[in-house]
Design a protein around this ligand. Structure first.
Ligand SMILES: *Cc1c(COP(=O)(O)O)cnc(C)c1O
Length: 349
């Protein structure tokens, strides 16, 4: 087998959800964000495991993701769509019981006209300037929206992964100004906001990345374990190079392993000459450029020829790998390609 093996630990996923759930008070519900195919790890499998752990509300980015999720979860769990009610979504929202987070008067009008009486939530913009109604729009829309009984009012923090960033407190204050006194469940926090403390928790939290083992949830357990088979090894003389552009040249005798996996599999080119793979805990640096399907790794210091090398798991978190490549764990996970042999472990009650 010459493709990488991506093993997804559903028990760790469930424990991460439980740990984030414990980080908030008894009256605070913990939902689960499974957009972008469950951060690249499989929305269906992830959501089923999270439902077993206790999650009752799920969030996706677009209606199509919600429709696919409904097939897997069946009736019961609530599925919210951050993108709201877009033109063409009406049948999906109606037939599959999706709850759009309405982001504008325009979306609210569309929803009320197309599906009168159907459930909805409201998304407010408290300073991120991405999605949701700004204070002036909300001031005008609230009197139309509130009598129809929204299921949830939410906003999203732009800087929650930096606890000292002044925008956190600003957005919190704006959210309070926009929603205090309204008798509708409120939600402000994703993973980062949960860690900012109880002022940020309101009635419901919406963690994503922390469930999947990523920062800013420092105590997250790794969920994705990725190992890449060694296809070939070779010995280099001093002065020889490896890979496209001969970007790495050895000054001493070296042994290289070529593993199956490359930028077409989400192991981005920025990892070239920067990131590490691991053999039983021993780091082995990527040398030369990452190519589409292959990576060359320096294994000179190993006293054995490994059958495979690990790139994600206990030795290296998604954030360690992301740091080496100048990106974030979210991007590493959601870029993982379709060529891996995926295995799911645990998750059954
Ligand atoms: C993606 C997203 C989340 C989850 O964020 P994490 O940082 O992954 O926990 C929550 N709310 C909204 C609006 C999002 O877009």
């Amino acid at each position: 087998m010459a493709t990488g093996s991506l093993s997804i630990d559903l028990d760790a996923l469930m424990r991460n959800w439980q740990a984030l759930n414990k980080a908030t008070g008894e009256n605070v519900e913990t939902a689960a964000v499974v957009k972008a195919d469950g951060y690249g790890l499989g929305a269906g499998r992830a959501a089923r495991a999270l439902a077993r752990a206790g999650a009752r509300r799920f969030f996706v980015a677009v209606a199509e993701e919600g429709a696919a999720l409904r097939e897997v979860l069946g009736r019961g769990p609530e599925i919210y769509v951050f993108g709201g009610h877009m033109p063409g979504d009406t049948d999906m929202i109606n037939d599959l019981d999706l709850i759009p987070m309405l982001n504008s008067l325009n979306q609210l009008t569309r929803h009320f006209e197309a599906l009168p009486g159907a459930p909805f939530g409201i998304q407010l913009d408290t300073g991120m300037n991405r999605l949701g109604m700004e204070p002036s729009e909300w001031a005008a829309v609230a009197e139309i929206a509130l009598p129809a009984g929204p299921k949830l009012i939410m906003s999203h923090l732009a800087c929650a992964d930096e606890p000292d960033h002044p925008q956190n407190a600003q957005q919190l204050a704006t959210f309070r100004e926009m929603t205090d006194g309204i008798d509708v469940p409120r939600s402000l926090s994703a993973t980062g906001g949960i860690l900012l403390g109880p002022d940020y928790h309101f009635d419901l939290t919406r963690p994503g990345i922390g469930l999947y083992g990523g920062m800013p949830f420092e105590n997250a357990e790794p969920v994705a374990h990725l190992s890449l088979p060694v296809i070939q090894t070779r010995e280099l003389e001093p002065g020889e190079s490896a890979g496209y552009g001969a970007s790495w040249v050895t000054d001493k005798p070296a042994v290289l392993a070529t593993v199956a996996g490359g930028y077409a599999d989400g192991l981005i080119r920025a990892m070239s000459n920067k990131a590490m793979l691991f053999f039983e805990g021993t780091p082995c640096p990527i040398v030369g450029r990452v190519s589409m399907d292959l990576i060359t790794v320096d294994i000179t210091h190993l006293n054995t020829t490994p059958k495979s090398l690990d790139i994600l798991g206990v030795d290296q978190s998604v954030d360690d790998l992301a740091d080496a490549a100048g990106t974030i764990g979210y991007e590493i996970l959601t870029s993982l390609g379709s060529r891996y042999k995926r295995r799911y472990a645990g998750g059954v009650s």
